[in-house]
Design a protein around this ligand. Structure first.
Ligand code: NDP
Length: 358
């Protein structure tokens, strides 16, 4: 068959861009579709802006300590809108680098939404053009998920909105005990927001070393975060003042200006047309793949968070590189998902690799 492209990648995030670049550099005719900004979750609404917020929030601790080291006039103020503008300028710059890296490798970037019509045909929106490709790579990532059955959940924001809040709240309730909840608790607390971190389990960061988990909880509390464990919402109530009453299973009611849910992410497969191509999903809605990231359809692969294996940027990058080596480099490469290192940008930050003591 004479297709328009050898490879069509859906999603210009960490995994998709790496796969596309390596494939294009091997001589393949490659296109990448992206409905929003190139760079994906990590660059646009994840790791990178999050790290900027961590940096911004850490200055408050440094200013507090500075006088003890001879500095004076450390009564600095923080300008949230100014920070947001600076962050967005830098993210636009980084996203532009992703685009030029793709172009320099010889890949086409298509700023449209892509949907599969069959295993070789992609429809692009809004132009309604169709293109065909010999091979397809799904790299559409994930998006935040919240418990839909909780009364008042429509009042809660997720990390997506936390990057664009119009103004810094005075008080925030953050729900969850994973990476995002713990990182944002440190961020908002450092920026001077009265921060409450609520987790349903007995100790935050399930899966990390137990000593590290309890030590970190103590450190977070010392810095001023109120940590509430073993509790969940029964409902979130909006008041006439525009604040929120957090009704909890332990009987307490906490009033805050913002409620943020950080209770995990789900694979982003909605409206992708995977059923038209016959691609199978697992019970969590993730694209099912083998060790070489190949789906049940012979010419379709998937990498990164949409496969819900280990949802970390460097993992997606390595999966993308392994796919390109296997399919376009004649070098079958699978990625080893065992004992992958990870870091949480909590304050203080923690990192872990290998097995925990437990
Ligand atoms: P995580 O899976 O890390 O944590 C989800 C948290 O929400 C857990 O504490 C979980 O509790 C809790 N939870 C889940 N459902 C509910 C519910 N219905 N009610 C109350 N609590 C609930 O997800 P995150 O959203 O923090 O992050 C998503 C992914 O993004 C991470 O898994 C990670 O892979 C990636 N990430 C990585 C970062 C890094 O590398 N530094 C930074 C940010 C994100 P329980 O433990 O009881 O299940």
């Amino acid at each position: 068959m004479n297709h328009d492209y050898d490879l069509f990648v859906i999603g210009a995030g960490s995994g998709g861009v790496r796969a596309a670049r390596v494939a294009a550099m091997s001589g393949a005719r490659v296109a990448v579709a992206e409905e929003y900004m190139a760079g994906g979750t990590c660059v646009v609404r994840g790791c990178v802006p999050k790290k900027f917020m961590v940096y911004a929030s850490e200055f408050s601790q440094a200013f507090k300590a500075a006088e003890g080291f001879g500095w004076s006039h450390c009564d600095m103020t923080f300008d949230w809108p100014k920070f947001l503008d600076a962050k967005d300028v830098e993210i636009a710059r980084l996203s532009g680098i992703y685009v030029s890296n793709l172009q320099n490798a010889g890949a086409d970037i298509v700023h449209e939404r892509a949907e599969l019509l069959d295993a070789h045909t992609v429809k692009l929106t809004p132009t309604n053009k169709t293109v065909t490709a010999d091979k397809i790579l799904i790299a559409t990532g994930g998006r935040p998920t919240v418990p839909q059955d909780l009364p008042g959940i429509e009042h809660a924001i997720t990390s997506n909105e936390a990057f664009h809040l119009e103004k810094l709240p005075k008080r925030i309730m953050i729900v969850g005990g994973g990476y995002i909840a713990v990182e944002f608790a440190g961020i908002f607390n450092g920026l001077g927001v009265d921060t409450c971190l609520m987790y349903r389990g007995a100790n935050i960061l399930r899966g990390f070393d137990n000593d590290v988990r309890s030590h970190l909880t103590g450190e977070i509390e010392k810095r001023g975060v109120k940590v509430i464990l073993g509790t969940e919402h029964t409902r979130i109530e909006k008041t006439d003042k525009g604040t929120f009453l957090n009704h909890l299973t332990n009987g307490h009611v906490e009033e805050t200006d913002v409620v943020m849910y950080a209770t995990g992410r789900e694979p982003y497969t909605a409206g992708l047309g995977l059923e038209k191509a016959g691609v199978k999903l697992n019970e969590r809605g993730a694209v099912m793949v083998d060790a070489f990231s190949k789906t049940n359809v012979d010419n379709i692969w998937a990498v990164g968070d949409v496969t819900d294996r280990i949802n970390l940027t460097p993992v997606a990058i390595r999966e993308g590189a392994a796919f390109a080596a296997t399919v376009f480099g004649d070098n079958p490469t699978s990625f080893d998902h065992d004992t992958v290192a990870s870091a949480v940008f909590s304050q203080p930050p923690i990192g872990s690799v290998g097995l925990t003591e437990a």
